[in-house]
Design a protein around this ligand. Structure first.
Ligand code: CDP
Length: 439
């Protein structure tokens, strides 16, 4: 289990202030469920319009809303409202008709009250789906829905700039009118809540806004990660292995700055020795998930130990093992770090081998960043000949994380996973030792 706390990020702001793109990027970066509450108001509006309910008829709105059966479907990292078990299609909720009516419906207190519990319920949805928390965007998230959120941001931008952005999306909109209605309504108006961080995005790019918010989140979370983040037994083994590595094989760890400080990701490394997993694991202050062949689960101590330190059992060709894939997905959602060896088995001669498709499959299915790592010296220290040569330095070089777009090409069909593995392996092979280290 990850001991990271569940976090709630509230992002409020007027129409076309950049909330959605920003929230989506933050959800990716920190493995948070993305909840666009505007889409909820839009979905309910579409449904009420379809039922012929007029915005002026509060009694009809109230009774129609009471009859709606609301549930949530998670697709990717986003929450979608289901009404009567169906997700309301995006084309409908973004239609000009809905855009023109939504702020009128959203001003009705009974409708807001009905959605309040539903919105707060997204915490359970995020937890059930193993997200690390949620990022919720809207108008009243930091003021009414989650006034105690861990992070509260408020995005502004000049009206002209917002109108320009909306026009660029090709959507007709009444930004000024919606802002007026949203700011002036009596229940939960659009306001900058006290204590929230205001960000004016008029002259900032999306990336700059995302960076600002990410920096605030990461600064607080890294404080947590500075401490060792691991279960007790793993922690003891980690300490012992760290001492062992320092004493007998101390090389260098290069490129540690390439390791993401947050979120789930994979380390993909070459493999030449039984020492590889513990050496790489000992360089992290977070608990790392390892894989091992199912056959290692022998009754007794081995089984107890492998389970206690969270090792994931896999068939020989890990890529086709459905249970293993599910475990990897679960572990990554809990933002564990997973270490994998694309070559599948240890190198017989210390040279890099061809990649097998298994790691590519896991990477493509999970869509996480993959950090390439190359271990130098472990073959000499304890290679396939089985001779342990204490005192041989083992150095690990980490490269820049590969994003899914860099390793995954879904258009190639059957060869997709093999190609992803090969691209990952190619990134590993490019990593080099800085000059004077002797291996
Ligand atoms: O994306 P955009 O900023 O254009 O609007 P939206 O987030 O899709 O929200 C549509 C409308 O829903 C807003 O203009 C508000 O009237 C209403 N809304 C609200 O009242 N409270 C929220 N938490 C979210 C949206």
């Amino acid at each position: 289990m990850s001991s990271s706390p569940f976090i709630i990020v509230a992002i409020d702001g007027g129409a076309a202030s950049g909330k959605s793109s920003t929230s989506r990027a933050i959800s990716e970066r920190f493995n948070l469920l993305h909840v666009d509450t505007g889409s909820f108001y839009r979905a309910v509006t579409a449904e009420l319009l379809a039922r012929g309910v007029a915005t002026g008829d509060q009694t009809a709105v109230k009774s129609a809303v009471a009859l709606l059966t609301l549930s949530t479907r998670v697709i990717g990292r986003s929450a979608f409202m289901e009404i009567g078990g169906q997700v309301v299609p995006e084309a409908r909720i973004r239609s000009a008709e809905v855009t023109a009516a939504v702020s009128h419906f959203a001003a009705i207190p009974e409708l807001r009250a009905a959605l309040l519990a539903y919105q707060r319920g997204q915490v359970d949805v995020a937890r059930k789906n193993n997200f690390r928390g949620l990022v919720m965007e809207g108008r009243d998230i930091g003021s009414v829905i989650f006034p105690d959120a861990d992070f509260r941001f408020f995005l502004h931008a000049d009206p002209e700039e917002r109108a320009r952005r909306r026009a660029q999306q090709g959507q007709p909109d009444q930004i000024a009118e919606r802002d007026r209605l949203d700011s002036q309504r009596k229940t939960a108006p659009l306001v900058l809540p006290s204590g929230a961080t205001g960000i004016d995005s008029t002259y900032l790019t999306l990336e700059q806004v995302v960076e600002k918010i990410s920096a605030t989140l990461a600064a607080r979370m890294n404080r947590h990660h500075d401490q060792l983040d691991m279960e007790p037994l793993y922690g003891v083994c980690h300490y012992i292995l760290r001492q062992f590595y320092e004493t007998f094989f101390r090389g260098e760890a290069i490129g540690l700055e390439n390791i993401p400080s947050d979120g789930g990701f994979m380390i993909a490394s070459n493999h030449a020795s039984h020492l590889d997993p513990p050496v790489v694991g000992s360089l992290f202050s977070r608990q790392v998930c390892f894989f091992a062949r199912k056959t290692l689960w022998k009754p007794g101590f081995a089984t107890w130990w492998l389970n206690s330190v969270g090792t994931i059992p896999v068939d020989r060709d890990g890529g086709t093992d459905v249970t293993a894939i599910k475990r990897v997905l679960g572990a990554l959602k809990k933002e564990k770090v997973i270490i994998l060896f694309p070559e599948g088995t240890r190198s017989p001669d210390g040279k890099l081998q061809a990649a097998k498709p298994g790691v590519g499959l896991l990477a493509c299915r999970t869509g996480v960043p993959v950090v390439p790592a190359r271990i130098f010296g472990s073959f000499k220290a304890f290679g396939k000949d089985g001779k342990l040569r204490l005192g041989t330095p083992i150095t690990v070089v980490f490269g820049q994380p590969l994003q899914p777009s860099e390793y995954d090409d879904p258009s190639v069909g059957k060869e997709r996973y093999l190609l992803a593995s090969q691209r990952i392996m190619a990134a590993i092979s490019k990593l080099e030792l800085p000059a004077p280290v002797i291996v």
